[in-house]
Design a protein around this ligand. Structure first.
Ligand code: ADP
Ligand code: MG
Length: 466
């Protein structure tokens, strides 16, 4: 095994990550060390299972893609939890890596396994998107109950079931909970879960490959079909047509369909009438932002699941200050926990207030924050928030980023210097340049104007819920 030494590539990947993500984000998350390698995997030591989960979720794909670029071959990353034996370390500073390590002993991992049911995980479903992990609150009671009923008897009532609402409110989680429950409890049923985008891509690919018949068979012989984010189908006429036929076949056979959408179906544009009427046929329910009590309950659930310790007063202050959506709520908690782990301190009210200062009191102009703009633009272009804010310069990110800067300049009172700072620490000239570029493009591209208008509307809509 010793003959596979990839440290050079790893170090370079770390260098690039640092410059792309920025020092702050890098210091927060990349408190990790190269351990060893086999031919196809690199083992990386991380200080806790919390870190491991976050790294897997947020950075694993990113890092693996980077290694692929550097090495020209696919290499997997395996994060292993190695706890420090000395917990001290100078308070308030990042630990310097060279402390003695000991591997986290097995019980925790084993407990986790036995807690999840007998059947192995469904490849398209996230194993943590379950009813057990979903808090039923004021904002989702009806939707949750309908979802539970459906998972008991798929295909018999509420068909299709369509969940709509703004970003980060739990649509995907709730939909996948149905999938996970059916997968566990009724093993004979075939469950497929994909995004509308994947459906579209796969359909187009099947036309290329002349395998449309396989494609049709795949989606017409399933018992539970879950399709996420159907707003993606707007303007995609071919895929709409295909989904229409799939819908009819499944509907006639009493097979369950569940969809999610970021707005009511009636507000989707460039969607064929007949598909629209199919979507509206069963039960359409919306998810609203959760109220204070529900927000507290959600935080407590996450804390319990992550086996972390956070005092009640901290839960309350987060819930009080973050009312936009569950994703933001989680992000604040994650940030806090990451910080506490980094400096080896317990979370206190004081630490929370300090660390979450920016999140709590984002300078607001109207209700529109830069964060809201970044989130909505990222969502619109199907990019991650981090990519948009980060330093990557690839074309598919550069234009959306310029659009976000242009919009921010247009609808907020921030100066270009402030904006540069908010957009991942850039110079004010970058912002000015972006605005110029978009102005030029607006003259040439008539569609851009309506794109921008529609994004601005979503931003205002999203911000009014703040
Ligand atoms: P959406 O698909 O509506 O954008 P997600 O389903 O991705 O939102 O939810 C965003 C995050 O919030 C996820 O991590 C999810 O687990 C969490 N979440 C949302 N609603 C709840 C809830 N009621 N209880 C627990 N977690 C929730
Ligand atoms: Mg979603």
């Amino acid at each position: 095994m010793g003959s596979w030494n990839y440290t050079v590539f790893w170090d370079e990947a770390m260098n690039q990550a640092k410059s792309e993500l920025g020092d702050h984000e890098f210091a927060m998350w990349f408190n990790i060390q190269y351990d060893s390698s086999t031919e196809a995997t690199i083992k990386i030591r991380v200080p806790s299972s919390f870190y491991r989960d976050q790294l897997i979720r947020q950075y694993q794909k990113y890092l693996e893609a980077k290694l692929f670029d550097l090495m020209g071959k696919r290499i997997g990353i395996d994060f292993i939890v190695v706890k420090r034996t000395t917990e001290e370390g100078p308070a308030g500073t990042a630990p310097n890596g060279e402390a003695p390590y000991k591997a986290e002993s097995g019980p925790r991992a084993k407990e986790k396994e036995s807690a999840s049911k007998s059947r192995e995980k469904h490849s398209q479903l996230r194993s943590d998107y379950t009813f057990e992990n979903f808090v039923i609150g004021d904002n989702n009671g009806f939707a949750s109950n309908a979802a539970l009923a459906i998972s008991k008897n798929p295909g018999t009532s509420y068909n299709p079931f369509l969940i709509y609402g703004g970003v980060g409110l739990g649509k995907t989680h709730l939909m996948q909970s149905i999938g996970n429950r059916v997968w566990q409890e009724i093993p004979k049923l075939k469950v497929i879960c994909i995004t509308a985008e994947e459906f579209t891509n796969e359909f187009i690919q099947s036309i290329h490959d002349k395998t449309t018949q396989n494609f049709k068979n795949k989606y017409r012989y399933v018992d539970v079909l879950l399709i996420d984010d159907i707003h993606f189908l707007q303007n995609k006429l071919g895929s709409q047509e295909e989904l229409f036929h799939t819908f009819n076949a499944l509907y006639d056979a009493n097979k369950q369909m569940v969809f999610t959408c970021d707005r009511p179906v009636s507000e989707l544009k460039n969607l064929s009438d007949r598909l629209r009427s199919r979507f509206e046929r069963g039960l359409n329910v919306d998810l609203q932002p959760p109220n204070y009590e529900t927000r507290c309950a959600i935080l407590r659930k996450k804390i319990e699941a992550g086996r972390i310790s956070v005092p009640d007063e901290v839960v309350e202050i987060i819930a009080k200050n973050i009312s936009t959506n569950v994703r933001d709520l989680e992000a604040a908690l994650t940030k806090l926990v990451a910080y506490a782990e980094l400096v080896h301190k317990d979370i206190t009210l004081e630490i929370a207030q300090n660390q979450l200062k920016d999140v709590f009191s984002q300078p607001k102009h109207g209700n529109v924050t830069i964060d809201n703009i970044l989130r909505v633009v990222a969502d619109y272009f199907k990019l991650s928030y981090n990519d948009l804010k980060g330093k990557k310069r690839t074309k598919n990110i550069a234009l959306p980023r310029q659009i976000a800067m242009y919009i921010a300049r247009d609808i907020t009172e921030y100066s270009t210097t402030e904006l540069g700072f908010e957009f991942g620490g850039r110079d004010h000239t970058t912002v000015m340049h972006a605005c110029q570029k978009i102005e030029e493009r607006l003259k040439l591209d008539p569609n851009l104007e309506s794109t921008i208008q529609s994004i601005v509307r979503s931003i205002k809509d999203y911000s009014s819920k703040t």
